[in-house]
Write a protein that binds this ligand. Sequence first.
Ligand code: THU
Length: 134
Amino acid sequence: MKDYSQLINEAIRVRENSYSPYSGFKVGASVLCKNGKIYTGCNVENSAYSECLCAERVALSKAISEGECEFLAISVVGGKQKITDFVYPCGACRQFLSELCPPQLEVVLFNGKETKITTLDSLLPSSFNKFSIK
Ligand code: THU
């Protein structure tokens, strides 16, 4: 198994910046680019609930806006207080990732104890994507 400890630690660190007064659920995400750079993001909520931003989309948008276009992995951690369970990207984030990342993107989850690695393709099989609208 690849060593994703730095990527996970970045997600844990940025999670502390979560702005989540409505759910109390703090999420951190970190994206690993092919060039080795890491971009991070946390969830940012809003009193108009539908405007809440997920951590994954914040992290990936930060990377894209800095000109990055090749991604290897994303790590996600979350929880109300401590990190005790694996937090999977929501459906909207899976779709968002599928636009910008390869199907073999590694999705690295951490529950405070153990690491689980899956892929975008296994989380969103048979996706509707940019190749679907040719
Ligand atoms: N959240 C994320 O940041 N990522 C996900 O993939 C799932 C949900 C956030 C949105 C909201 O701020 C809080 O977690 C509770 O749903």
